[in-house]
Design a protein around this ligand. Structure first.
Ligand code: ATP
Length: 406
């Protein structure tokens, strides 16, 4: 018999989530016990019969044994029906132990012990944020490098899928506008992703939240906003022009991080999909978690496949958000009517009111060149076209943005 790895050392995601091993094992033992009792009783009866009956009974016994053996093998060889946890960027690797860590950077080594020490056992004082999948900690490693550690909720079924999707996608990508992932660490049910730390946090925070607290010190200049837009465009252009293009599927201001020089870095690749270039869309289904206001009309109409054009649409919304400072999820009052950000922008641009669209805090700065503002909004308008194929590629967007100075 093949030696079995102890169950406690095997890491099979579905069993790990459902605790189905122990239930299955006890059921099999019970069935084996009933079957052996049946055979003992049958042999006992056989002894007490005459020759003709004995021959018939032997035939029956042979028939049932053969059927039993065949059924047993059919069931054994059949693949168990399980839910596919990662069907997108990669298959789940088979992990033979529950403790694992890896670094994508040769200069950095991780272990759960070291990360626990760096965060004083994940003490609340190190928390810098939290999302739907877990808590984010800021920590300094022993070599002085500051990192952001995303600790996924241990009970988050979806978090597990995100965990692998992020690692597999981000671990392979190297670009100045794509957030770096340094590595990951798993121990028992603890799953950590280790990212480069971004001094200025998320773009969303700069555009909206803290503006309310301190208007003057936390305003992004027009030049900085253009730099951010160009950075995101460059990152998306890179993703879309890979041999196997990647659709990010979650472009929004919360998923753009700013370093100490306000350079933009795209993060959150948990929903990213590889696109099949022969069909121009991903064969796997779009995860459906995109923020509603960044979602293109075709998704709202029911399209469920991930496309590059959807990223372009979300990018266009982000461009409006960055220049106007408006939250894209909130309606705007226009001629006494509440309208969404795209409709509002379209109507304003049709009336040549592009300067009135710009965030008031930028206008206070002065020195804005009207032609550049107009060009900027025209690009955003093209990206947010209702018709998918009328949207420009990210390569074209990048080219069009180039003449606008920072
Ligand atoms: N690499 C990082 N550098 C600096 N701050 C970070 C970093 N990663 C996350 N944060 C902080 O943690 C917060 C939560 O980040 P996280 O990516 O978990 O959630 P989210 O994107 O806001 O939500 P969700 O995961 O639901 O999409 C961010 O808003 C930011 O303030």
């Amino acid at each position: 018999m093949k030696p079995q790895t102890p169950l406690s050392l095997q890491f099979q995601p579905n069993a790990f989530l459902n605790n189905e091993y122990s239930v299955k094992k006890s059921q099999t033992l019970k069935q084996q016990h009933i079957l052996s009792l049946f055979y003992v009783e049958y042999l006992f009866l056989l002894f007490r019969m005459d020759h003709i009956l004995q021959a018939a009974a032997c035939g029956l016994l042979f028939f049932f044994s053969l059927t039993g053996i065949i059924t047993f093998w059919v069931f054994r060889c059949r693949k168990p029906k399980t839910t596919q946890l990662v069907s997108t960027t990669a298959q789940l690797p088979s992990i033979t132990t529950v403790d694992q860590s890896a670094s994508f950077d040769p200069n950095l080594k991780f272990s759960m012990t070291k990360l626990r020490a760096a965060t004083k056992n994940f003490s609340p004082e190190f928390i810098i944020g939290g999302g739907s999948f877990g808590t984010v900690y800021k920590a300094q490693l022993s070599n002085g490098v500051t990192v952001a550690i995303k600790r996924l909720n241990p009970d988050a079924f979806k978090g597990f899928r995100e965990f692998w999707a992020e690692m597999v996608t981000l671990g392979m990508l190297h670009h100045p506008n794509i957030a770096k992932i340094f590595g990951y660490c798993m121990s028992g049910s603890d799953r950590l992703l280790i990212y480069e730390f971004f001094q200025n946090g998320s773009l969303d925070r700069w555009l909206h939240l803290e503006q309310e607290q301190d208007l003057d010190t936390l305003t992004l200049s027009w030049g900085t906003r253009i730099q951010i837009v160009k950075g995101v465009a460059n990152g998306l252009f890179f993703l879309h022009s890979l041999d196997k293009p990647i659709a990010h599927q979650h472009i929004e201001s919360r998923n753009v991080f700013l370093d100490s020089d306000f350079q933009a870095h795209i993060c959150d690749f948990g929903h990213a999909r590889r696109i099949d270039t022969s069909t121009s869309y991903a064969s796997t289904q779009f995860a459906g978690t995109m923020g509603y206001c960044y979602m293109p009309p075709e998704y709202k109409a029911g399209l469920t496949t991930a496309t590059l054009e959807a990223d372009v649409y979300s990018f266009g919304i982000l461009m409006f958000e960055i220049a106007t400072g408006k939250r894209p999820n909130l309606p705007t009052l226009l001629d006494g009517e509440e309208v969404g950000i795209v409709e509002w922008a379209r109507k304003m641009l049709a009336q040549d009111k592009h300067m009135q669209m710009v965030d008031a805090s930028i206008l206070r700065e002065g020195g804005l060149i009207e032609d550049h503002v107009k060009e900027y909004f025209e690009i955003a308008e093209m990206c947010t076209s209702e018709i998918k194929r009328k949207r420009p590629t990210m390569a074209k967007v990048f080219r069009l943005l180039n003449p606008i100075p920072m």
